[in-house]
Design a protein. Structure first.
Lengths: 353, 250
């Protein structure tokens, strides 16, 4: 192959990846607009568009800006945060099963929230059958955040002081997940029915509990962490060549692993503490994107982030539309959509790539 | 170029792998690390660029103590190729371009790409540039890893069994490539090799290890039948065949 021929071929290879990213971005934006337009209130597209630009009825504007827009922004931000954290965890731990939910972050958050609800009386069930209101959401957030940090701190301490391998880190995460799940069961066993209902409701996951300030906090954390991950994209690529080769390429693998895991876990902790347990997004988004963009973190990281947003937007829209006016738990919907998809990828041999 | 003084290493702090290793190597020399399995060859190689951090002894690269050097500085001076290198799911071009990692600030520059293209052409890998690196054969992978190391523009090349798992044709080609590149670019090479015969073709300095220590070190004149047989604990003869020293093992 002549020099110009292979250059042309390589340019085409890069262009295909960039084109795919652009398409994914367009699809995410279109899905976000569709999610704004569709809902149990039955607003037409014209009403939605008018309300979006400040016209239309006050009722339509209230539905759009008070209910749908915060949900959609939460889905976008949480999707980016969870998927990019999952993508980076899979790289740093060299394990395709690494994500916030498999490393005990989600279960730790659930334990913290359950502790706040059952022991610190931060949750009460409201009279309506399909929603639960919490008397002290900030206390629940703080406890969930503290709980989600526990496995992270334990895993990182093991990594710092015992210099354990990535395999041991992920096994520790799996053990801690079981430990915290057991803790939640224990708390539920001794709690009354209302508190149990509140704990269960929290673990369902909910994109509708966040307002401007919470979304802003999640957006700042997600943006900072995404920038950190993106700045380390070449280091993540180098890690794929093996620990020794990466060191030979100038990567401080220990520092990268500890720093990256800390930031990824913190991001996932903040998101999960606000919106509850959302499984599979962090796990499956990077896997879905590996086929079209390969394992080049220059493209895989943004593609995974967009895919995470898309998955959450679609799951949220499905959860609102499938049984109106009931809003199905988002955590269950992501699992229902994610598990068969993951199985499909495994059967296609995608996990070997 | 490389000076090592009283180097010692123990895995997990209590499994000795190197004991009081000292030697030095001049610029442009090609050193073969030889010896039986478990003698400490790969461990010694990994201590040279701080992949392993030895608790005792000092490694000087071009007069600088590696303990005081940042990883990026070491990587600019010293490239490492792992035994049976892992290939990522990246294009061959991007895999080789990764060798510029110690120099890349945010994105690779035009010079980084040009350097990658030059090395791909030098190693006759241009045709593979757009292909995924993890789909290549063993010999091609080894050449890609070597290309990545050369793109680093190192003064020292560290190779851990570069011919492991390769057939006769590929292993000859890889060793010839190493020898040629070293001669043309005045590169210092340290390579772990199992095959003494191949070492004789490729290298001009030899370090034979036995039980974590240096048993022999020098040019090919140190490789006498008795000395080599003692290191390998098996009878070995080295004879001139067609004007070249050749190993004959019983």
């Amino acid at each position: 192959m002549s020099c110009s021929a292979y250059k042309g071929s390589y340019t085409g290879y890069i262009r295909r990846k960039k084109r795919f990213l652009a398409l994914l971005l367009l699809l995410t934006v279109l899905t976000a607009f569709a999610a704004l337009a569709f809902g149990p209130a039955g607003l037409s597209l014209r009403e939605t568009a008018a309300a979006l630009f400040g016209f239309g009825s006050p009722q339509a504007r209230t539905i759009l800006f008070q209910i749908r827009l915060p949900r959609i922004l939460t889905a976008i931000v949480a999707g980016i945060g969870l998927a990019s954290a999952g993508c980076i965890m899979q790289s740093l731990l060299k394990n395709p099963l690494a994500s916030a939910s498999t490393l005990g972050v989600s279960q730790g958050a659930a334990f913290g929230a359950a502790f706040a609800i059952t022991v610190l009386n931060a949750g009460v069930q409201s009279p309506t059958p399909d929603t639960v209101s919490f008397s002290d959401p900030y206390l629940i957030f703080l406890c969930a955040f503290a709980g989600s940090l526990l496995p992270t701190v334990l895993i990182l301490m093991l990594s710092c002081f015992r210099r354990v391998s990535p395999e041991v880190m992920i096994l520790t995460g799996a053990a801690l997940s079981s430990f915290f799940s057991g803790g939640v069961m224990m708390l539920q066993y001794f709690a009354d029915e209302l508190k149990i209902a509140a704990v269960v409701f929290w673990t369902f996951g909910n994109l509708g509990n966040t307002a401007g300030r919470e979304i802003a906090i999640m957006a700042v954390v997600t943006t900072v962490s995404f920038l950190f991950f993106y700045l380390n994209r070449w280091n993540c690529n180098a890690l794929q060549t093996g620990e020794n080769s990466a060191k030979g390429l100038g990567v401080d693998t220990d520092r990268l692993r500890i720093g990256g895991m800390l930031i990824a876990s913190l991001t996932a902790s903040v998101i999960v503490s606000y919106i509850g347990i959302i499984n599979f997004v962090g796990l499956i988004a990077p896997h879905l994107m590996r086929r079209p963009v390969g394992s080049d973190y220059r493209y895989l990281l943004p593609a995974s982030a967009l895919c995470g947003s898309l998955l959450l937007l679609v799951s949220d829209t499905v959860s609102r539309l499938i049984l109106p006016p009931v809003v199905l738990p988002i955590g269950a919907v992501t699992t229902f959509l994610g598990a068969p998809l993951f199985l499909f990828l495994i059967l296609k041999g995608e996990h070997h790539r | 170029m490389i000076r090592i003084e009283h180097l010692a290493y123990a895995y997990h702090g209590h499994h000795p792998a190197l004991d009081d290793i000292s030697f030095h190597l001049e610029q442009g020399e090609r050193l073969a690390l030889l010896g039986n399995n478990g003698a400490g060859k790969s461990t010694l190689l990994k201590c040279l660029n701080r992949i392993l951090e030895p608790p005792a002894g000092t490694v000087f690269l071009d007069g600088c103590d590696v303990k005081r050097m940042r990883r990026n500085e070491i990587a600019k001076m010293c490239a490492y190729v792992d035994q049976q290198p892992q290939m990522p799911r990246l294009s061959v071009f991007d895999t080789v371009l990764m060798g510029r990692k110690p120099y890349i600030r945010f994105e690779p520059t035009a010079f980084d790409r040009e350097r990658t293209e030059e090395v791909l052409e030098l190693l006759r890998l241009s045709a593979f540039a757009p292909r995924y690196a993890d789909e290549l054969s063993g010999g091609e992978r080894q050449k890609v890893a070597l290309a990545r190391a050369l793109v680093q523009q190192p003064q020292i090349l560290l190779l851990d069994e570069p011919t492991a798992g390769l057939d006769l044709r590929n292993s000859r080609e890889v060793l010839e490539l190493i020898r040629t590149v070293s001669c043309e670019q005045n590169l210092t090479v340290v390579t772990v090799l199992h095959d003494l015969d191949r070492a004789l073709r490729c290298c001009n300095r030899f370090l034979l290890m036995k039980k974590k220590k240096i048993a022999l070190f020098g040019d090919e004149s140190v490789l006498t039948d008795d000395a080599v047989s003692h290191v390998y604990e098996t009878p070995v003869k080295i004879r001139m065949i067609e004007g070249r020293r050749t190993v004959i093992a019983d």
